[in-house]
Design a protein around this ligand. Structure first.
Ligand code: IPD
Ligand code: CA
Ligand code: CA
Length: 265
């Protein structure tokens, strides 16, 4: 597959995401049909499902041999990452979509034999398309994102949500307190995709989560790699693109400091 092929894929996907964005905006005037999934905090709406079907149908019509991993289950159960795999999150930040009608995004990552080639995150309401192709740089609309400079914990703004305050078996509360005290500031945006796009744009210095799925971070990982950010699980080990798990992205230097703050003694 050459550059031209990947550019074609990228421009098709961006056009479909823009079209999907229009459909989401049109839904703002409607009453949403909201269901819970694993528990009362895990929500899905009819719009999440409609957008996933829309994107899935576009991909399968244009690229019938590609595999699709998508949050709401309209994709496939993939056993491995062989071939071309599309990771689709039709609405990342569904709670924001329901409560705020903003601060959510469509996220699509396209991988070839497990290697991230294309990363696309579309912040629908702000009309900001974050896009990257491996080796060709990362952009927000037409503006190229700059390489990330090394950062230190004491001067950094870290995105994490309040669930880090809940007691955990795997991580001590003192470690989380040490990290939060050590940073300049914390933020929580409520959409992993927007948090990853913001990290790629240098608007936050790190983002960490106790649990993300591959469709939450596949696109963001490509953007981050293009600007030189560091990605791992929260212990500093490789992320699993089939199963997901804990997740940490940070500027160089800061990444190590966060892992040490959490797990160093
Ligand atoms: C969720 C959001 C949220 C993150 C959760 C994700 P969804 O995705 O990205 O910020 O904390 O772990 O599941 O369900 O809104 O697509
Ligand atoms: Ca998500
Ligand atoms: Ca979602």
């Amino acid at each position: 597959m050459d550059e031209k092929y990947w550019e074609k894929l990228k421009s098709y996907a961006m056009a479909w995401m823009k079209e999907a964005g229009q459909q989401i905006k049109q839904s703002f005037g409607q009453v949403l049909h909201i269901e819970t999934k694993s528990d009362r905090t895990d929500l899905v709406t009819d719009i999440d499902k409609e957008i996933e079907v829309f994107l899935r149908d576009k991909v399968t019509a244009a690229f019938p041999n590609h595999k699709i991993v998508a949050e709401e289950g309209m994709g496939e159960q993939v056993e491995n990452l062989d071939g071309i795999v599309w990771f689709i999150d039709p609405i990342d930040g569904t709670s924001n979509f329901i409560h705020q009608q903003r601060n959510f995004a469509i996220s699509i990552g396209i991988y070839d034999d497990g290697v991230g080639i294309i990363g696309l995150i579309y912040d629908v309401v702000h009309d900001e398309m974050y896009h990257a192709r491996r080796g060709a740089g990362a952009y927000m609309n037409d503006t190229r994102l700059l390489p990330l400079e090394p950062a230190t914990l004491e001067n950094s703004m870290i995105a994490l949500n309040a669930s880090w305050l809940l007691p955990k078996k795997t991580i001590s509360m003192n470690a989380v307190i040490r990290l939060v005290r050590g940073a300049r500031a914390t933020r929580s945006f409520g959409s992993a995709a927007i948090e990853l796009a913001s990290a790629a744009a240098g608007r936050i210095d790190a983002y960490m989560s106790m649990r993300l799925a591959p469709w939450d971070f596949a696109a963001g990982a490509v953007l981050i790699e293009e600007v030189g950010g560091v990605i791992s699980d929260i212990k500093g080990n490789q992320v699993d693109f089939l199963k997901g798990g804990t997740f940490l992205v940070a500027k160089p230097g800061l990444h190590e400091e966060i892992v040490t703050a959490l797990f160093g003694d």
